[in-house]
Design a protein around this ligand. Structure first.
Ligand code: NDP
Ligand code: A1CAB
Length: 271
């Protein structure tokens, strides 16, 4: 029996099937969501989605179980304006910044859940944080958690204000890690490695360390110490990286703070 039974019976509407919407849809279909139960609204849907049995830019089902909004925050008002009134449908938004109050205004009385996923959802390795409005029951939260746990892990927030920090950390975070790979590769090249060799070493180092950080019982700090021989190479590298004034900690603090602040601005309607 699929955990998507109710959704397969009543339907799911996905508005915006770009990088994030597409990543989630890929995971949901792989986990038992039936393509015929999904109505995708996206005027310029990528060709890869055209022959999957989805209902593409079709009229919405009468009473879908879930409406997932995955358009850019700047496009949200337009997208909401194109949707009909809904009854007994769970509204789920993954948009950065856009607050629950926006969806309550668009769908008065509806249960609303705000989710912040990330793109590793495409391979079932995402992390999502979610929080519902007062109209979202335990069953609604469980339904959203069913959807998001099909594409990775889920944490629940107790305060919507935390969502911008989540966005700045794990929503945007994959981009920081991809940039770390790029930077490591370039640094390897600077030390005489070929571009291909440096990229392969950097990519697999980040992937392997990430997998170990998840699988191992030890804290990341212990895993770091396990690599660091006294008087060895890692200690020499970490002396630069961990400098509290010029190293990674202040840089990452500023990075996450800037992303968090941008989430707050988007929530206030910035373009
Ligand atoms: N990308 C990421 O890593 C993450 C994104 N998010 C959130 O997900 C949302 C989508 O981001 P992302 O997937 O990156 O963006 P994309 O631009 O890749 O996808 C959005 C899709 O929605 C389409 N679209 C635009 N207007 C409408 C409309 N009125 N009705 C239906 N579809 C429409 C876009 O078409 P067109 O291109 O033609 O405009 C596009 O295909 C954002 O709110 C973002 O904050 C959250 C977490 C992570
Ligand atoms: O860059 C953005 O605004 C979106 C939200 C989190 C990741 N991408």
């Amino acid at each position: 029996m699929s955990e998507f039974n109710d959704i397969n019976a009543r339907g799911l509407v996905l508005v915006g099937c770009g990088r994030m919407g597409g990543a989630m849809l890929k995971g949901w279909l792989a986990q038992g969501l039936q393509a015929g139960a999904v109505t995708v609204i996206d005027p310029k849907l990528a060709p890869e989605w055209q022959d999957k049995g989805l209902r593409v830019n079709a009229p919405l089902p009468e009473n879908p179980a879930v409406l997932v909004l995955a358009v850019k925050p700047q496009m949200m008002a337009d997208a909401l304006g194109e949707l009909p009134d809904l009854e007994d449908t769970l509204v789920v938004s993954v948009a950065a910044g856009t607050t629950i109050s926006t969806f309550e205004a668009a769908f008065p009385g509806a249960p609303v859940i705000r989710v912040m996923p990330n793109t590793p959802a495409a391979i079932g390795k995402g992390i999502s944080a979610l929080i519902g409005n007062d109209g979202a029951t335990a069953a609604h939260l469980d339904l959203a958690e069913t959807l998001m746990s099909a594409v990775g892990r889920v944490v629940r927030l107790d305060n919507e204000a935390q969502m911008d920090a989540v966005t700045g950390l794990s929503g945007s975070g994959p981009a920081y890690v991809f940039h770390l790979i790029e930077a490591l590769a370039r640094a390897g090249e600077a030390q005489g490695l070929s571009a291909d060799m440096a990229l392969e070493l950097a990519r697999m180092t980040v992937a392997g360390a990430g997998a170990l950080a998840v699988d191992a019982d030890e804290d990341p700090a212990v895993l770091r110490e396990n690599v660091t021989s006294p008087g060895g190479t890692t200690a020499a590298g970490l002396k630069v990286l961990m400098d509290e004034e010029t190293g990674l900690p202040p840089l990452i603090r500023r990075t996450v703070a800037a992303a968090t602040e941008r989430g707050r601005e988007l929530g206030k309607g910035a373009k």
